[in-house]
Design a protein around this ligand. Structure first.
Ligand code: GLC
Length: 570
């Protein structure tokens, strides 16, 4: 790919707004569109090219908007459709595109499609969802009578019994998130029509929620298979039967023809795809196949987990290098990847991959950002990451809000786990770590709201906030600004080939990016111990510094959490 041919998003940086926690404008404690409009200059100052807006659609908020009851309206908690139009215009005025979250693996159980579907077995939308009778020979409603043994992501069985009709419906996530049946062409057409409506309104693309789960491996007789049993649980793992399922590429290509044809160039299409491999990602993102522009994959955020997210273990640096390196190599000639450390579903990057102790918090946050932004792919900044926001010091169950965390607690304790251990894992891994309000200033609610915030503000906001970093050239915020600008200015950052160096080193993460004879060398010390750079990479010592996260000092030593982007002399 030459710089002339490269799509615009190879040079772009995406900023994710989780609206509930970004900025409240009406004092009800919940962030809203009016709040985003108030803070829009923060985004422009940072220089980002795209805002990915987590769901603002009408929703009962069982999963903070990932349970949609009307795809073509804004939830009153967030504002109005007119305000969304205003936001689109205000972002466009500043040269920023708006990408909507598209949640179409499932709807809310309060969506009229599902309400109708549930009303009777003859309903015209009955087949829009996955309704199935109990397992043969079993009595409906009894444990084990579910149509398959699949475990849901957020609760026990993935099947919810509906007494009125004697059948079950499928929900891969919470029971308030019934899965749409993409086998039914009417479902697909309804989704495509809704997507066209948003594009006509001016949005610039979609981040497609768990999009690689929409095709289920249904047999010719309508049956769905059991999955391999899950250790310690009375359920099985259904993922082999719905992850990257048999018709997924057909669906995405059809969506492309029906929705994006003729306007593809200016859009951004991102597929969130848990469990996708680099080989599959090549298929999803090969431009010739016309599916999506880039995947959002999970491999590197699972390396520190022992089995599931509630059993964290220390991250081994060589595993991180092997994983990120495999993704760089796998998509080197075809396809594209998203680059991220955290988002609304992950703990905070500086707490998880860096060191959020006072001594190293700033340095590790800027080091991690440098490493990420210098990879090939499109970097994502999750709200608050640009100021080094950290995990919340949870001490009590009552502080949590997230449906996944709360359901997990109930289930784990019911299956005999120690409540304190469950709480300790939640403190480290809960999605609520990423969902505390953005810290705008040092005032009591961090400038987020004049009311009572829906989830507590991190007590560290007195020190860690946007206002304190705004005019400070050494701040995490200023460093992010420089990284965004570097990607815009330097084609090597956007498009250069990637080569991993020192793959087995346990502290230093180093690589080169090369384009047309121009090379950048990136060296990052992901540890609290100084590293002898002169011994490890002698060529780095005399190289010119393009960007560093610490003031220049001895070029032969890489200080704790130091990151340098270097241009070796040719
Ligand atoms: C995605 C979202 C997550 C949501 C889930 C179900 O993983 O990012 O927040 O809970 O899908 O929609």
């Amino acid at each position: 790919m030459t710089p002339e041919q490269a799509p615009w998003w190879t040079r772009a940086v995406v900023y994710q707004v989780y609206p509930r926690s970004f900025q409240d404008s009406d004092g009800d404690g919940v962030g809203d569109l009016g709040g985003i409009l108030q803070r829009i200059d923060h985004l422009a100052d940072l220089g980002v090219d795209v805002v990915w807006l987590s769901p603002v659609y009408r929703s009962p908020q069982a999963d903070n908007g990932y349970d949609i009851s009307d795809y073509q309206d804004v939830d009153p908690a967030f504002g109005t459709l007119a305000q969304l139009d205003e936001l689109i215009a205000a972002l466009h005025d500043r040269g920023i595109r708006l990408v909507m979250d598209l949640v179409v693996n499932h709807t809310s159980d309060e969506h009229p499609w599902f309400v109708e579907s549930r009303s009777s077995t003859d309903s015209p939308t009955r087949d829009w969802y996955w309704w199935r009778p109990p397992r043969e020979g079993m009595t409906a409603g009894q444990p084990g009578a579910e149509p398959t043994n699949w475990h849901s992501h957020f609760s026990g069985s993935a099947w919810q019994y509906d007494e009125a009709s004697g059948e079950y419906y499928l929900h891969l996530f919470d029971r308030k998130q019934p899965d749409l049946n993409w086998e039914n062409p009417e479902v697909r057409q309804a989704v495509y029509a809704m997507m066209r409506w948003w594009l006509d309104r001016g949005v610039d693309g979609f981040r497609m929620d768990v999009i690689n789960m929409i095709s289920k491996a249904v047999g010719p007789d309508g049956s769905l298979p059991d999955g391999p049993p899950l250790p310690g649980l009375p359920y099985g793992d259904g993922t082999p039967h719905f992850s990257n399922g048999p018709r997924i590429h057909e669906y995405l290509q059809e969506m492309h023809r029906e929705v994006f044809d003729g306007r593809r160039e200016s859009l951004l299409l991102v597929g969130e795809m848990p469990g996708v491999t680099p080989e599959q990602a090549r298929l999803y993102t090969d431009p010739a196949r016309a599916e999506v522009d880039m995947v959002f994959q999970f491999e590197h955020v699972q390396l520190d987990l022992d089995g599931d997210k509630w059993h964290p273990r220390p991250l081994r640096m060589r595993d991180l290098k092997a994983s990120l390196g495999r993704w760089q190599a796998g998509l080197a000639d075809v396809g594209w990847n998203s680059l991220y450390w955290d988002n609304h579903d992950q703990p905070r990057a500086v707490s998880r991959f860096g060191d959020d102790s006072p001594r190293f918090r700033r340095d590790s946050a800027t080091c991690l950002a440098t490493l990420l932004h210098l990879h090939r792919g499109t970097p994502y900044v999750y709200q608050g990451e640009e100021i080094g926001m950290a995990n919340f010091p949870f001490t009590d169950l009552a502080q949590f809000r997230d449906v996944e965390s709360l359901n997990h607690h109930v289930q784990a304790v019911a299956h005999g786990a120690d409540a304190d251990e469950v709480l300790a894992a939640m403190r480290r891994m809960s999605r609520d770590n990423a969902r505390t309000p953005v810290q705008w200033d040092g005032s009591p609610n961090a400038g987020f709201t004049t009311g009572t915030p829906w989830i507590a503000v991190n007590p560290d906001h007195a020190e860690w906030n946007v206002a304190a970093q705004l005019e400070e050239p050494a701040s995490v915020l200023a460093h992010h600004r420089r990284l965004v600008a570097l990607r815009h200015e330097d084609p090597v950052v956007a498009l250069g080939d990637f080569t991993m160096l020192l793959p087995d080193h346990d502290e230093v993460y180093a690589f080169t990016r090369c384009l047309d004879g121009d090379t950048l060398l990136v060296v990052c010390n992901l540890s609290g111990t100084a590293q002898p750079l002169a011994d490890l990479l002698p060529e780095a010592v005399a190289a010119g510094v393009v960007l560093g996260n610490l003031a220049e000092d001895d070029p032969a030593v890489l200080r704790p959490w130091e990151a340098r982007v270097l241009r070796p002399s040719r």
